[in-house]
Ligand binder design. Sequence first.
Ligand SMILES: Nc1ncnc2c1ncn2[C@@H]1O[C@H](COP(=O)(O)O)[C@@H](OP(=O)(O)O)[C@H]1O
Ligand SMILES: [Mg+2]
Ligand SMILES: [Mg+2]
Ligand SMILES: [Mg+2]
Length: 359
Amino acid sequence: MPATMPALQEELKAARQAVTLASRLCRSVQMTLGSAEHQDKPDDSPVTVADYGAQAVVAWTLKEAFPGTPLSLIAEEDADDLRLPSGAAMLDRITALVNETLGLARQLAPAQVADLIDAGGSPGGRTGRHWVLDPIDGTRGFVGRRQYAVCLGLIEGEEVTLGVLGCPNLPQAAPVGQASLDAEAAGRDARLAPRDSGCLFHAVKGQGAWVCGLAGGEVPARISAQTDPEGSAAVYMTSWESRHSNHDLTDRLAAAVGVSRPALKLDSQAKYGLLARGDASIFLRMPAPGYKEKVWDHAAGAVLVTEAGGCISDCHGRPLDFGAGRFLEGLQGGIIAAAPPTLHAALVRAYTEAAAVDA
Ligand SMILES: Nc1ncnc2c1ncn2[C@@H]1O[C@H](COP(=O)(O)O)[C@@H](OP(=O)(O)O)[C@H]1O
Ligand SMILES: [Mg+2]
Ligand SMILES: [Mg+2]
Ligand SMILES: [Mg+2]
């Protein structure tokens, strides 16, 4: 490799291809999703044929791109339920979707698709390289025809060094108001002509943050987070689901730093994409005490925000530790992501003050 070649270019190419293919599969499923195509997991969260299909497509693409290297993939889903007799019909449907998406001369069998899904069982860790995948982040949004994202990252040590986000329902350009985002997502019906192809974000550590459309073959443009300290007009984002984040608390913190607009509520790491491209300046996620954040819910978005000039940390301002395995161990209070860094620091102070008042 010539000395001037930027790092991780092969990995980036494979990751962008994997996320583009998986996003295509998700988009084809979203508007026609039937009740037999999703079910609730033991923790009451949903999973659909598209979550499983996207995971298999990404695992297949990474294995194909790096045939000589054993794949370490930390991914959300597993095929346990699909291997039961009661899961056979769903596995058949997923296999058909994966074959349709990959367009291989020799089609994959259901057992191979189950094995690809289970390739995501890596425990991760501080040594070596680990891919990290959320095949659909925001599955509730996916089922509800709102926002969702296909999120793929690469972890080396404690850090994420590469991240790719596919956001099929996120318009490529503003406006990003609540009503327009919801309408845009709901309107992306297969029978209607979508306004654009959605967004493919990427970032590599030290190489900036970028975006292009998801249609394939497009040239990425560099993006950056906001650089001006924002006042009352700042856009602050949080989870669409109130059970995922304490909206009362995040509203208080946003107000404490001068935000006067109501929260922009949307599902998934699409929030990190909006922050990275400067359409919003704050993302606050404060789950119920005891909830353990998973690495795949934040890895790709974290490097995207940092490379765009923003900051991300736990509520005490400490960096997120991506090297501890499948969970963000040691994280306290939740996640504060913001730009510019001065606004991030103000939010951490506001959290400390709010915690002191509540104690
Ligand atoms: N009770 C809970 N509290 C906080 N987060 C939760 C949760 N239950 C599920 N989640 C996580 O919240 C993620 C979505 O985040 P957001 O609310 O910002 O869109 C889900 O990702 P999946 O949809 O991939 O399962 C899931 O991992
Ligand atoms: Mg899930
Ligand atoms: Mg998720
Ligand atoms: Mg998911």
